[in-house]
Design a protein around this ligand. Structure first.
Ligand SMILES: Cc1cc2nc3c(=O)[nH]c(=O)nc-3n(C[C@H](O)[C@H](O)[C@H](O)COP(=O)(O)OP(=O)(O)OC[C@H]3O[C@@H](n4cnc5c(N)ncnc54)[C@H](O)[C@@H]3O)c2cc1C
Length: 327
């Protein structure tokens, strides 16, 4: 098999990986973006309100725009899954194995993002984005003055309840145990909210409606079921980050996230990372794009350093006479 060689390979075509790719390809480095799909979590956002510079956009539209921008700079792209990254003996290069092929690269940018966990109840998938949501901080503003329920685990559930209580007319906070777990101040604050109803010892068993969600069914620990009318159900069951393909080469924190420092540097000199799979505090598109750009520039500077060149400080330049100054 012919092993194709690249200067930088980016894993993941969500907003972070696509942004990294744009900044690498624009420097005319030979860049390959490998991804299972286009857009990642952007595909779960039919209405996007908080990405600066866009009004009335959607996640898939942003993904397509970013992809076009990347391809404009002659970046290459392949739809595949990265299954293993290894160091190559006697070289600083890395080998990247996918389900269908194998590549060799000088530097790697990881942007594999995360996938929210489902609740696993009947009809859940049917009502995704039609009343069933997985990101309260993203979608709570769509429920101003409306009736909502939230179900989930630990701090995610508390945060969801507090955010919804600021927007919704009513919030049912559903949890399996007798007591809420997590930050005591948040629990006290929730208990004081007049529009929040705690529903302990219960789980959501069923969601239903016509085109949009109208009703959920709750079952308590003694088996008694009751239906309540809601406009929105927020599921905050955490999310999965799959780093099996790279975990032997980089430091991963206790939450399963890639540890990065300034500029998306990981503990491996040739590996950079950005977006939701890293230890950044705010998992939002604008942060994923910004950090993707930074990780892309860091990866480019790394390959320039291997060539004995100085690299760039940012992606803009000024020409004075015959000399080009990079900043
Ligand atoms: C329901 C929902 C609504 C949201 N709404 C908003 C919102 O309104 N505003 C906002 O700012 N943020 C929102 N977010 C958060 C936002 O979508 C994420 O912060 C952002 O998508 C993270 O980008 P990313 O590139 O790091 O990861 P992702 O978007 O998760 O993309 C990761 C990519 O990597 C690919 N990949 C993973 N592993 C591999 C592998 N081994 N090989 C090849 N490819 C791989 C995936 O297929 C995917 O394409 C929302 C999230 C959800 C779940």
């Amino acid at each position: 098999m012919v092993v194709e060689e690249y200067e930088v390979i980016v894993v993941g075509a969500g907003p972070s990986g696509l942004s990294a790719g744009i900044f690498i390809a624009r420097q005319r480095a030979k860049c390959l973006l490998i991804s299972k799909d286009l857009g990642g979590q952007l595909n779960l956002i039919p209405k996007l309100e908080n990405y600066p510079g866009t009004i009335m956009s959607s996640g898939p539209l942003l993904a397509k725009t970013l992809e076009n921008q990347y391809l404009t700079f002659n970046g290459e792209m392949v739809y595949d899954t990265v299954v293993k990254v290894d160091e190559i003996e006697g070289s600083t290069d890395l080998s990247v194995k996918t389900t269908r092929s194998e590549y060799r690269t000088k530097a790697l940018v990881l942007a594999p993002g995360k996938v929210p966990n489902n609740l696993g109840v009947e009809n859940e998938i049917k009502f995704q984005n039609k009343g069933v949501h997985y990101c309260t901080k993203c979608d709570a503003p769509f429920y101003q003055g409306r009736i909502t329920a939230t179900v989930g685990v630990g701090g995610y559930l508390l945060e969801s309840g507090i955010l919804l209580s600021r927007m919704a007319s009513k919030v049912y906070l559903v949890y399996r145990g007798g007591q809420l777990g997590g930050d005591k101040d948040m629990i006290e604050s929730l208990k004081k909210k007049s529009n929040v109803e705690l529903v302990p010892n219960s789980s959501v068993t069923y969601v239903n409606g016509d085109n949009y969600l109208q009703e959920i069914k709750l079952k308590d620990n003694s088996g008694v079921e009751k239906a309540i009318n809601v406009d929105g159900l927020f599921i905050e069951m955490g999310s999965k980050i799959n780093l099996d393909f790279i975990k032997h080469l980089i430091k991963i924190n206790t939450k399963g996230e890639i540890e990065v420092t300034e500029g998306g540097k990981t503990t491996h000199p040739a590996v950079f990372a950005s977006g939701d799979a890293t230890n950044i505090p705010y998992k939002q598109i604008v942060a994923a794009c910004g950090d993707g750009a930074a990780a892309g520039i860091s990866a480019f500077n790394y390959i320039e350093k291997l060539k004995g060149k100085p690299g760039i400080r940012s992606d803009w330049k000024k020409t004075i006479g015959d000399t080009v100054f990079h900043y």
